[in-house]
Design a protein around this ligand. Structure first.
Ligand code: GLA
Length: 694
C-alpha cells in the first residue's frame, strides 16, 4: 500500500550540490566583529560542536560592506566565507538590500517609502525601500554585482538569498505611475477598468488612469488589483536582484524567504519565480496549549503547501527559532523535545533542511532576547546547555536522515489553497467572521477553515497536496475547495470536467461567489455553472458571530458561524439545519454529476461532523492511508520516499504517551535500528522516523 504514495524519482534539492540535510542559521558576525575580532573562529568551533553545517550571511550587512558610497570593505566577509569553508559549511549568501544604510536614506530621499497618507518615512527600520526608485536600483545593482563577482567561485557559496522577507507597499509618485501603467496594460481602456472595478458606484468612475486611487478602499475590485500590483512589484524587485546574481553564477540557485501564509503576499505566484522555496516559521508549540492538535495540523498543512509550491524541488526552512522569539508574549521558552518535533514536522512533509534565526544572538538592539543557537554570552559553556544537547542530537539525526534528500510523496487528495480567493473574500465588505487570536496565535479565518478539512486526513494518515487552483487536478481522487471565493470560467470548467469524469469534490460556503474582479457572480451561487455540478443554489448566507452554534441533523456533530441557505436542484440532502427560520433546509448536500459526486457544505462543520463526512467519502473513493487505523488524537503519520525507499515519520503533538497501531507494516527505527511490528509506543511530544522493511 505504501508504494502508492512513493514517487519513482527524487527531485532537486535546495542547495547547489547538496549532500546533507541543511542545519544552519542566519549568521550576523558583522555586528560582532568591530568589538570582537576573534568571534569567527569561536563561532566556527561552536558551529562544528553543535553540528551547524550552513549559515546565511550578510542579510542586513550593507553598512559593513559599503560604509560610505563607493568605499567597499569586503575583507571581513572574505574572512567569514573562508572560515565557513574551512569547516566545510555551506553559505547562503544574501544581498543586503533589505536594510538601507543611513547614508543612502539621507543622500537619496526618494529611496524611502511613502505611506498611504502621502508621508515619506524617516530613516529607520528595514524592509522599507521604494520598489521603483531608480537610485535604489542603481545602488543595489552596484553592491549586488560586487558581491556576486567577488564570491562567485567561492567554495562555500551554496545559494543566494535576495534581500529578506520582501514585503510592503509604497505610494510615491513613481510607484503610482507604475500602478497606472499596470492598469493600462491589464485593461487597455478606462471603460473596461471601470466595469471591472464597478466604478459607477458613488460616482467613482475614472476618467483618467490616475483616478484609480489605491488608498480608497471603496471599490474592492480596485483594492484587489492593488494587492496584485504590489505583489508584482515584489516579484519584479526579486527578479531585478536575481538577474544580477545569475549573470555571475547561472548555476547557483537563488531564493528569498517567505513568511508562511502571510495575507499580503500571493506566495503561490512568488514561488513560481524563485529557484527554491524557503520559509520563516515560528509556531512556538506549547505542550499545554488547549488546541495543540489543530494548531499543529495547521503547520503541517503549511508544510504541504510549501512542498507543493515547486513540485520539482524540495523546500527548506530558512528561519525558525530554537528557543523563543522576543516578540512572543509571554516569552515562554521551548519545552524539552518541542524543537525536535517542530523540525521533524517540516522534514516529514518534505523539507530538506531547517535553519534558525539566528546562530548567535546579538548583544544589543531589538532582537537581543530572541532565542538563538548560541546566546550572546556563548562560549564553551554553550556545550553545557539544553539547547546545545537538543541541537546536537538533531544534527546527528539529520546525518542519518541524509537519504531522505529529494524525496517526496504522491497524494490522492488535494486541498485548493488560493490567495486570490483569500484576498477577494476578505476584501469583500460583509463577509467578515471575526477571527480572534487562536490560543494566542493569530491565524486568519481562511487558514482555520482550511485546517479543519486538512486535519481530517492528517489524523487518518492520508497524505494531502495543498495546491493553487490553476494546477492540473485531474489525477486526484478528491478535491477540497474551502471558501474558494473566486471562480474564473476556466476553473469552473476544470471542476465541471473533473466531476463529470468521475472525480469527487467538496466545497464549502463562499465557494464560487465572485469573478476575478471580485464582482459577484450572476445566476446564483455557486456561480459560473458550478451550481449544476453541486445541484444547488444559495439564496442567502447567514453570517453570525464567531462560535455561534448552527445545529444540524443528519451528521453527528454540529455546524457554527455561517449557514448558507440553499435550494436543491438535483442534489440530495446529507444534513439539514435544525434551528432558526431555515430549520429543515439543507446544510450539507451531495449531487451525482456525470460519473462523479459534488458535496456542498453550507456551514462550518465541527470535527465530528467533518470526520463522519470524510469517513464516508474516503471509503467510497478507496482513498488509502499510510497506516490502517485512525491515529490517537494529536498523532500524525507522514511518508516521503522515492523508488523503493520510504521513510515514515510519526509525530506526537500531545503531552502524553501514545500507542500507534501499524498493522502489517514492519518498520525500522532510523536512529536505534529497532525493528517494530504491530504497534509503536510514542513518548509525549515524540518525533520519530522509520524506514520500511520490505
Ligand atoms: C524574521 C526576519 C529575521 C528576524 C526574525 C525574528 O523572520 O527575517 O531577520 O527579524 O524575524 O523573529
Amino acid at each position: 500500500m505504501l508504494e502508492s504514495f512513493v514517487p519513482t524519482h527524487r527531485v532537486r534539492t535546495p542547495l547547489k550540490d547538496q549532500a546533507a540535510l541543511i542545519h544552519g542559521g542566519d549568521y550576523n558576525p558583522d555586528q560582532w566583529l568591530p568589538m570582537m575580532p576573534g568571534i569567527l573562529e569561536k563561532d566556527a568551533s561552536l558551529m562544528q560542536a553543535t553540528g551547524i553545517n550552513s549559515s546565511s550571511v550578510g542579510i542586513f550587512a550593507w553598512t559593513s560592506l559599503e560604509p560610505e558610497q563607493g568605499r567597499f570593505t569586503f575583507d571581513w566577509l572574505d574572512r567569514v566565507m573562508d572560515t565557513q569553508a574551512s569547516i566545510g559549511n555551506r553559505v547562503i549568501l544574501a544581498t543586503p538590500s533589505g536594510a538601507m544604510p543611513a547614508w543612502v536614506a539621507e543622500k537619496y530621499p526618494g529611496v524611502r517609502r511613502v505611506d498611504r497618507r502621502g508621508f515619506r518615512s524617516h530613516y529607520g527600520n528595514r524592509h522599507n525601500h521604494c520598489w521603483t526608485s531608480p537610485s535604489y536600483h542603481e545602488l543595489v545593482k552596484l553592491i549586488d554585482s560586487k558581491i556576486a563577482e567577488r564570491y562567485k567561485s567561492h567554495p562555500a557559496l551554496a545559494m543566494w538569498h535576495v534581500s529578506n522577507e520582501l514585503q510592503g507597499e509604497c505610494f510615491c509618485d513613481l510607484c503610482r505611475k507604475g500602478w497606472c501603467e499596470w492598469l493600462e496594460s491589464r485593461y487597455g481602456s478606462l471603460d473596461r477598468m471601470n466595469q471591472a472595478h464597478w466604478s459607477h458606484f458613488w460616482s467613482h468612475t475614472a476618467t483618467a488612469w490616475h483616478h484609480a486611487e489605491p488608498t480608497d478602499g471603496v471599490k474592492d475590485g480596485l483594492s484587489l488589483d492593488w494587492m496584485r500590483f504590489t505583489n508584482q512589484q515584489l516579484i519584479d524587485w526579486y527578479n531585478f536582484e536575481a538577474r544580477i546574481l545569475k549573470a555571475s553564477t547561472p548555476e547557483v540557485p537563488v531564493t528569498t524567504n517567505f513568511m508562511t501564509t502571510s495575507f499580503a503576499h500571493d506566495y503561490d505566484l512568488i514561488s513560481r519565480t524563485v529557484d527554491v522555496v524557503t520559509d520563516d516559521q515560528y509556531p512556538g508549540y506549547d505542550p499545554e496549549q488547549p488546541n495543540l492538535t489543530k494548531y499543529a495540523a495547521f503547520w503541517s498543512m503549511k508544510q504541504d503547501l510549501y512542498r507543493c509550491f515547486k513540485p520539482g524541488c524540495t523546500f527548506m526552512l530558512m528561519e525558525s527559532c530554537p528557543g523563543s522569539p522576543q516578540w512572543r508574549f509571554p516569552q515562554r521558552v521551548k519545552r524539552p523535545n518541542v524543537h525536535r518535533l517542530e523540525m521533524l514536522q517540516a522534514i516529514a512533509h518534505g523539507a530538506d533542511g531547517t535553519c534558525y534565526f539566528q546562530f548567535r544572538a546579538g548583544r544589543g538592539s531589538m532582537e537581543k532576547l530572541h532565542g538563538a543557537v548560541v546566546e550572546h554570552w556563548g562560549t564553551e559553556r554553550h556545550l553545557q546547555t539544553r539547547r546545545y544537547r537538543e541541537l546536537r542530537s538533531l544534527s546527528d539525526l539529520y546525518t542519518k536522515l541524509a537519504p531522505v534528500l529529494g524525496t517526496s510523496v504522491r497524494a490522492e487528495v488535494a486541498i485548493v489553497y488560493d490567495w486570490q480567493s483569500k484576498w477577494g473574500q476578505k476584501l469583500s465588505y460583509g463577509t467578515g467572521v471575526p477571527s480572534p487570536a487562536w490560543d494566542g496565535h493569530d491565524l486568519n479565518y481562511f487558514d482555520e477553515v482550511a485546517t479543519e478539512h486538512y486535519i481530517r486526513f492528517w489524523q487518518r494518515s492520508v497524505p494531502v497536496d495543498v495546491v493553487p487552483d490553476d494546477r492540473d487536478l485531474s489525477a486526484y481522487k478528491l478535491i477540497i475547495l474551502p471558501m474558494h471565493w473566486s471562480c474564473t470560467p476556466a476553473f469552473a470548467k476544470k471542476i465541471t470536467d473533473y466531476v463529470d469524469a468521475g472525480g469527487t469534490v467538496v466545497a464549502t460556503w463562499d465557494t464560487a461567489m465572485a469573478d476575478e474582479h471580485n464582482r459577484m457572480l450572476l445566476g446564483g451561487w455557486p456561480g459560473e455553472g458550478l451550481g449544476k455540478v453541486f445541484g444547488i443554489w444559495i439564496e442567502e448566507i447567514d453570517r453570525n458571530r464567531r462560535g455561534t452554534p448552527c445545529p444540524i441533523t443528519g451528521l453527528p456533530g454540529t455546524g457554527a458561524d455561517v449557514a448558507a441557505i440553499m435550494h436543491l436542484e438535483g442534489a440530495e440532502v446529507i444534513a439539514s439545519y435544525t434551528e432558526d427560520f431555515y430549520a429543515g433546509s439543507p446544510a450539507v448536500t451531495v449531487n451525482a454529476f456525470g460519473s462523479g459526486r459534488a458535496y456542498f457544505v453550507g456551514t462550518r462543520l465541527d470535527g465530528k461532523a467533518l470526520s463522519s463526512l470524510y469517513g464516508r467519502i474516503n471509503s467510497d473513493n478507496s482513498i488509502a492511508s499510510i497506516l490502517p487505523s485512525p491515529l490517537p488524537k494529536g498523532v500524525t503519520a507522514q511518508v516521503r520516499g522515492a523508488g523503493d525507499e520510504a521513510f515514515i515519520f510519526l509525530l506526537n503533538f500531545s503531552n502524553r504517551s501514545q500507542s500507534v497501531p501499524i498493522g502489517a507494516l514492519r518498520l525500522k527505527h532510523i536512529e536505534n535500528g529497532d525493528e517494530l511490528y504491530g504497534h509503536i509506543d510514542l513518548a509525549p511530544l515524540a518525533a520519530e522516523c522509520y524506514t520500511l522493511i520490505r
